[in-house]
Design a binder for this molecule. Sequence first.
Ligand SMILES: [Zn+2]
Length: 367
Amino acid sequence: MRFCKKCLMPDTRPETLFNDEGVCQACLNSEKRQEIDWEKRGEELRKLCDKYRRDDGYYDCLIPVSGGKDSHFQVYMMKEEMNMNPLLITVGDPFTKSQAGVSNFRNLGDAFGCDHILYNISIPLFKKVTRTAFEEFGEPLKYLETAIYTVPFKMAIKLGIPLVVCGESEYQYGSSNKLIPTINDYISQRFRRIDLDFWLQKGIPLKELNAIVPPSGKEEPYVITLSYFKLWSSTKNLAIAKKYGFRDLHHEWKREGYIEDFEQIDSLGYLVHLWLKYPKFGFQRTSDIVSRRIRDGLLDLNEGKKLIRKNDPKLDQLSMDDFIELLGYTPKQFWDVVEKYWNREIFNKIDGIWKLKESVYEKFMKI
Ligand SMILES: [Zn+2]
């Protein structure tokens, strides 16, 4: 295991590219972004919107939203800046919601005056697929994450909406060195990777797999990411979102293992899915946030190392409670499943507790 020498992102992060000098693709992309003519890109977006905008009482674009700060920014851009008529869609999960999450979800339609569809997967099905994916892959929300791509795409086709507006692309995180406005190819690749047979073998009938069966028609919507057209910045998106009524977790919930209170804040049990990267790959949310902040010039390397070493191992208790309660595990059963995911190449078990090997941190993460 090694870490990007500029931003501390580990090379265990799936699909992350590193160059020969030990710098990750996300850092290289971030440097390239400084050279982009953003005014020109803004003009490109305007022209694209001119092509799709309509004023005959029907939607001209579909925006998949979670309710977070980036969702607020997406809707702000399309509705307020581009004068489009968007329909919003959320693929929800049945975990307990934070007060901020409930308020933000409602606020999206309220602050921007948009219609908003909530697509909830059947709860018995959600429990079944989430337990299976947790026990077999350590990726509990594998099914939901597929649905998050598949459902809006299929809805756009069914509803005859030709444009889908996403927020960030994978590009920001260093799994690609291409920057293009559309992610249609990327989505097609994801559709090809959907393994319906796996779920069928688990005894789930095809007729229950509505949410993840890929579309069959040829009339695809055009899917763009706004991060191609606008310089994507957490702090800027947060400021705009707050101006339109977005709430953070500050007064509600101090999460263990987190160094901010405005990302992934709506769903409690969902955070377990994010934490499971730690036993498997040796990092989780704090590393993600630290590397972005370092790239944005908001944090120095040493401070970043301290934050990662202190916070990444922690699993938030409230999120774990919510996860096991919905899915019907005892704490012991939960930890028995997690036991098999600790990556033996980078972790040692000492006195019953898994810890990252000293050698992992010694070389790259010395403070
Ligand atoms: Zn990096």
